[in-house]
Unconditional design. Structure first.
Length: 332
């Protein structure tokens, strides 16, 4: 995607923010997918900004603050109006979650110090399906509202895997934005079912993980990936099919995610200039519609399948706020 194309930015709900269709996911800077050379990571961030990308997504959870620290170094000296910064609060380790008011307030201030800025454009409560729902609603979100009123953050929202999480939260409060991941991919496009509600409420939509956390890679997902054996098998077959057509499954996956204008932006985790260049190249080329149809047909048996990230109960789904959503966290 050319710089000119990246400058054709899309509005993020009713926030007034306008974002490039492809955004930079900074989780890899936290070394969560392997070692990243510090100078290489910094060059990658600068290159992304030079190519017209303007949203950068991070979290204190990514590398246990390492992503934020490296990003802060990369952004040191960069004009603040050149980038839109999204970070998160509430998740701090594989099994460490705290959505209490006091922790959210302190967490955001700690993040700003690491990032070297006076304010964050967007802060999300991170993976709310692992928190206590009442705490999320009664403490976490009001804490973000307080920070917004103070000018410490500009907009706020939540992130989670289960799409029902957004429905439940929006039944009880307003949100500026959401970040949904793994639900607008070649194997799972169920995010479209939520779009009418989000558009009606004016909620901005950030899409993430178009490769479904590595499921749609050429070599298959990592051992920790929670996908079923059928999902793994069919995804590998899709990778072979793409190779037979002289392309790659990741390329098709990124192009597919970017093709829906209802999604303001798609966040792709990137660790190097080479990966960044590849993603921009994918975005600049027209999608192979014939191949896309073949891959979608191949993946049809697993279309919309996901995995559990918490212990959902009928009581929670029916609106009880006294229960916890419990489960085993995983990397993403």
């Amino acid at each position: 995607m050319s710089v000119e194309a990246m400058m054709r930015r899309r509005p993020l709900g009713r926030t007034g923010l306008k974002i490039a269709p492809l955004s930079l996911g900074a989780a890899p800077l936290g070394q969560v997918y392997g070692q990243v050379d510090e100078q290489q990571g910094i060059r990658m961030v600068h290159q992304a900004l030079d190519q017209g990308m303007n949203l950068i997504d991070t979290s204190p959870y990514y590398g246990i603050t390492r992503s934020e620290q490296m990003l802060g170094q990369a952004l040191d000296g960069v004009a603040r109006d050149r980038y839109i910064l999204c970070t998160k609060a509430g998740r701090y380790g594989d099994q460490e979650f705290d959505f209490s008011r006091e922790r959210i307030l302190s967490s955001v201030h700690e993040s700003l110090q690491r990032l070297g800025t006076d304010y964050a454009d967007i802060v999300l409560l991170h993976d709310i399906e692992f928190g206590d729902l009442r705490t999320v609603l009664d403490e976490g979100i009001p804490a973000l509202q307080q920070l917004k009123q103070q000018g410490t953050i500009r907009y706020y929202g939540v992130s989670c895997l289960p799409l029902d999480g957004y429905r439940i939260v929006l039944e009880h409060t307003d949100l500026d934005v959401i970040l949904s991941y793994c639900h607008y991919t070649l194997n799972d496009s169920t995010l479209v079912d939520l779009l009418p509600m989000l558009e009606q409420r004016g909620v901005g939509i950030m899409n993430a993980a178009p490769l479904s956390m590595g499921l749609l890679s050429d070599q298959g997902p990592a051992s920790w990936h929670p996908a079923s054996s059928q999902m793994r098998q069919l995804s590998l077959q899709a990778a072979v099919l793409c190779a037979e057509h002289g392309t790659s499954l990741p390329k098709l996956a990124v192009q597919y995610a970017l093709s829906n204008p209802a999604l303001t932006t798609t966040i792709v985790g990137t660790s190097s200039v080479e990966e960044l260049t590849a993603n921009l190249t994918y975005a600049s080329e027209p999608i192979n519609e014939v191949l896309l149809t073949k891959v979608l047909n191949l993946l049809r048996p697993i279309q919309g399948q996901s995995w559990a990230t918490g212990h959902w109960t009928e009581e929670v789904l029916n609106g009880s706020h006294s229960l916890r959503w419990e489960g085993s966290p995983f990397h993403k």
